[in-house]
Design a protein around this ligand. Sequence first.
Ligand code: FAD
Length: 478
Amino acid sequence: MTSNPKAIIWFRQDLRLRDNPALTYAASVGEVLPIYILDEKNNSNFPLGRASRWWLNHSLRSLDKSLNGALCTFRGDPIKILKELVSTYQIENVFWNRSYEPWQVERDTAIKHKLQIMGIKVESFNGSMLHEPWEVLKPDGHPYKVFTPFYKQHRIKTIPQTDTVNLGHLRFVIPNQHNTDLKSLNLISENDWSKNMMSEWTPGEEGGEKALKLFLSQGLYQYKLGRDFPERNAVSKLSPHLHFGELSPIRAWNEVNNYAISENLETQAEHFYRELVWREFSCSLLYYFPELTVKNINKRFNAFPWQKSSELLSRWQDGETGYPLIDAGMRQLSRTGYMHNRVRMITASFLVKNLLIDWRIGAEWFWDSLVDADLANNYCSWQWVAGSGVDAAPYFRIFNPVTQSKKFDSEAKYIKNWVPELVPCPNKYIHDPSSAPSKDLQQQGIKLDKDYPSAIVELKTTREAALNAYKSLKAVSQ
Ligand code: FAD
């Protein structure tokens, strides 16, 4: 290292160079030390899942490449690491983009305070949201608990401009004795699963840009209706890029907006914006109701008679329930770290309402398996499906996986893709093979419980049991 850096830019969930306000600001102060800290101390309740670790490893590699190998990586408690770095190199400034999960807010507030006591200038920025949680509140200053008014309030606010500052003059420095080897973070072990993941995804900023371009050219024009059909390429698949901050939501919004105006696709775009605002709503809920990852928001559910069955749980996790749409979704999840939104709702509903298994157990499985695992989006969505959240789906809305399958995968393309043993199954029975006369299946070479499981539960009776369980709950004042 030739000279001491003037500032640290601490990358967190903003693993990109474009539209990165902390980085833009850092560029104005002189030479910068770019760091990433794998913090396994402060987030002990929600350690990164397997799929997130895989993604993070590749995303950091991509960021390091964009920084010409200057990214310094650390593992440990951020305050100790930052204190040591600022003292060793007489650094005067530390910059980062804000994070909003409760443990991050607590940690970052403490770090800011400690560094400021040392005389360090600390600046943080909004690099992950369209508007931060405290910018979208009810007129009385309280947070919204219902999506539609939140959305309306959000929509009347102006979306910030994408930052287009040229970072060409940014100068990064690498201290001699610090580790820049990603392997020391011990994020992944290479195996067949991780090799397969590389054929599904391109983690990193350029991967996010490519996904955005693909969505503009192939998804947006059919988004409004197509987004419900799991086998159509109508959705953006931007969720992991947004979660890891490889793409800013501001940039995503503005790019979609520009394209929609030029191609007359404003109605389609509005539906996409709505989903981005769901992301903002979830972030706001977690920010103001930090316990929602562990506790029912609606206390009435505290007495819910959840069932414990490791057998049923593992059949759900493995995609062996005998309901092809559920099994297709769960297998897509295990193999690719992703599941289509509609199928997420159906598989989650099946777990909590047909199997009566606690939503927290399902959320934990998704947390480990999803490449886009996001504390706010995941836990808010699970509570929404379970009926225990704010503005949740009415409890009686119990998805029927067979009806949903016929409606949204009528040609069973999605099913055949992920449950190949059902390819020979006649279309008439493929949504619910257990309802088929065994001779009709056998003619096609399928024997239930040998080639494909028979249904693990009966839909009608389990639906009734769920409704009765719900009725047994006493109303509780919130
Ligand atoms: P698109 O339809 O293209 O939507 C664009 C973006 O909007 C997404 O990338 C995402 O950032 C956001 N978004 C879309 N739907 C939602 C939603 N319902 N809530 C919040 N944000 C949304 N999303 C996650 O990002 N991480 C999770 O851990 C997660 N867990 C979920 C668990 C369950 C049980 C359910 C029902 C949904 C969950 N979602 C989660 C929300 C949603 O399924 C995904 O965001 C979406 O499927 C990602 O695909 P996409 O990028 O193609 O979405």
